[in-house]
Ligand binder design. Sequence first.
Ligand code: NAP
Ligand code: MG
Length: 450
Amino acid sequence: MTTAVINPVTTEQIAEVGSASLEETDAAIDRAQEAFPGWRDVAPGERARMLRAFAAVIDEHIEELARLEVANAGHTIGNARWEAGNVRDCLNYYSAAPERLFGRQIPVPGGVDITFHEPLGVVGIIVPWNFPMPIAGWGFAPALAAGNTVVLKPAEITPLTAIRIGELALEAGLPEGVLTVVPGKGSVVGQRFVTHPSVRKVCFTGSTEVGKQIMAGCAEQVKRVTLELGGKSANIVFADADVAAAAASAPYAVFDNAGQDCCARSRILVERSAYDEFVSGLEQSVRALKVIDPGQDDSEMGPMVSAAQRDSVQRYIDGADVAFTGSRPDGDGFWLPPTVVESRSTSEAVWREEVFGPVVAVMPFDSEEEAISLANDTEYGLSGSIFTNDLGRALRVARGVESGNLSVNSHSAVRYWTPFGGYKQSGLGRELGPDAPNAFTEEKNVFIAH
Ligand code: NAP
Ligand code: MG
């Protein structure tokens, strides 16, 4: 069986990719299981060197990988270069981990007590279509560094960069079976990662709905699981902030990647006394946004990834009271214009649900307490921004918002140096940051009697 891969700008087929069957998935998992003892036992310094070699090969192919992502997912070329570079950077960052996978010596009576961080075995990584390269790298770089082997399922509609990265791993000298990309359906390949007993951990990024099924499935074998799910993050703008700067930057915090971003600040809360100034600044910056061919260097927003995603977002736009929109090019692609809605009620679908497209809802608030309570009035808790020049307020609000990743006077993207993950139904566990390799290990305690 094969899947047609479509370019979202031209809507034409650009590749046909094999879709793994259950038997092929089992065979890939078996090879990863066979490769595990060898990879686990590679000396730490040597594993570090191999990960750096892998990073170097990725670095030599940044432009090729970026162009593939522009063609497959409609990402802007600027973003796509950053995304490929992020895979290289994650590999370099976690290449330091094999030589620093420290245990502890714990004082106990009658002997010596030491702990070890041992790899789990085969790790299954399930990747969505919105950030095919970074999300793959956030999983496989620390997993490989900790001595695990990896099977990775890209989203069915965006497999091209993952397949190429799998080839580059071999070219860089990683042994066969250490990192295997298995393109195919979620219901076949992804589901098999959950049920196959040799897969000892599943890292899933995608919808909250599927994430819950993965978690329930993993419970069957008490399988380790990390979930990175949806978001409905708030961008909170106080009147004491640089309101013009907040309005100029707000579009990039929600329309980046055409809004197909779990961290999108898709709700903007503005203190009432600054509301009119903010909305008029926002209108200017949204109208100026360059929604053009994503292959052009100055493109700021491309099309939606697929016709299905465009239609799903269009339904939210049709059901909302649109204040203003930016532009979109003519032509066949899966384009939508960046769209701003002034929400009157927190019960509106566009205010409550993860739209996952270029639609933002704006609402005024009257007090700091109300801003925090509106921001927290969601089942999600992934990201968010706070604009204020009052340091005390910045800290109070940052501590008050129930969310894993907040930025003050900026919309910082995910940084590989720092932990990333969600509160509430935005996820379970953390990725990235200095502790990520530990999440791919079991901690073993050994007591030695005197
Ligand atoms: P999804 O169904 O959650 O897909 C994410 C990944 O999981 C894909 O690789 C998918 O494979 C796989 N998958 C699907 N069903 C599975 C199953 N039963 N067992 C194991 N793996 C499975 O997301 P979607 O349908 O592409 O998008 C729907 C909505 O999810 C979006 O509109 C958005 O709201 C949200 N979403 C969130 C994120 C995020 O970063 N948090 C990312 C993507 C989507 P296939 O490619 O074969 O379906
Ligand atoms: Mg789905």
